[in-house]
Ligand binder design. Structure first.
Ligand code: GLN
Length: 275
């Protein structure tokens, strides 16, 4: 079977699984052929579809995210390695990066809490040549992914295994001009798409009955971790701006929410209230 025909069949098959079935099929074909997606379009009439393609399509049909199958995901214009140990970087989270770059363009020390693949931290560092980054995560498998991404981008970043459910988790980190976090914020009983629920790490998603458990741990620690004029930018769930702002106010912060491209409040900017 020719590449074009195989893509067409796969797109039909994947329509039951994916809103982006045609794109998924093209990306999986590119992976099977070992070429770029644009080269697939050039080769579609000439080449035979490789056998490996069928197995990739079967994985996608079982709701495995394309990013895990390819082992890579584009985020903020950069390519990140991903594995099932880390959340797949999402377009929504680009608003956290943009908010951070706008809020703290001169940051020298940047901390990322729950760094996962390192996407937030490394995207910010790519635009702040003067800055050095620290990423922490409770998963050593995630830190392996973050370190390999930092190496690939020649980033000035270091990573530490820390678990903020353990006392003393922030000891010795020092102070930062900019703190980023995309903590787990999904309500425990939320109904997630099977792609997310069955494949992405639960430890990066679920945060108690209201999805607020991790903010309640992280936010009280922020005044000690931030310099006086420092900024924290936290990713939040679409309905959480007022609840998380209230937690932040109780700990001396002024909060402002910024929207993602879908128009949902996604990034919460926190600064210590003066006076
Ligand atoms: N935005 C993610 C989702 O909807 C959740 C990310 C998180 O909990 N930090 O799947």
């Amino acid at each position: 079977m020719r590449v074009a025909e195989a893509i067409r069949d796969a797109a039909q098959h994947l329509a039951a699984t994916s809103d982006t079935a045609r794109l998924d099929a093209e990306l999986l074909m590119a992976h099977a052929l070992g070429c770029s997606r644009s080269d697939v379009l050039l080769r579609r009439m000439q080449d035979q579809a490789p056998h490996a393609f069928t197995a990739l399509v079967d994985r996608r049909a079982a709701h495995e995210p394309v990013a895990y199958i390819l082992g890579t995901q584009e985020f903020f214009g950069l390519d990140f390695a991903v594995s099932p140990a880390v959340l797949i970087p999402r377009g929504d989270s680009e608003s956290v990066v943009q908010t951070a770059l706008d809020a703290a363009p001169f940051a020298r020390r940047v901390l990322d809490l729950g760094t996962g693949s390192g996407a937030l931290l490394l995207a910010v560092l790519a635009h702040l040549p003067q800055a050095e980054g620290t990423g922490i995560d409770a998963s050593s498998a995630a830190l392996d992914v973050a370190r390999s991404n930092a190496d690939a981008l020649s980033a000035n970043a270091q990573f530490h295994l820390r678990d903020w459910t353990q006392a003393g988790w922030a000891d010795g980190l020092g102070q930062f001009d900019l703190i980023l976090a995309n903590p787990p914020y999904v309500e425990d009983d939320a109904r997630l798409a099977p792609d997310v629920r069955d494949h992405e790490p639960a430890s990066a998603l679920f945060a108690g009955p209201e999805g607020l458990d991790d903010y309640r741990i992280i936010i009280p620690q922020l005044p000690e971790l931030l310099t006086e004029t420092g900024v924290a930018v936290l990713e939040i769930g679409a309905t959480q701006a007022s609840a998380v702002s209230e937690i932040a106010r109780d700990h001396g912060f002024t909060a402002s929410a910024h929207k993602d491209l879908g128009g949902r409040e996604r990034a919460l900017e926190l600064r210590l209230t003066l006076g």
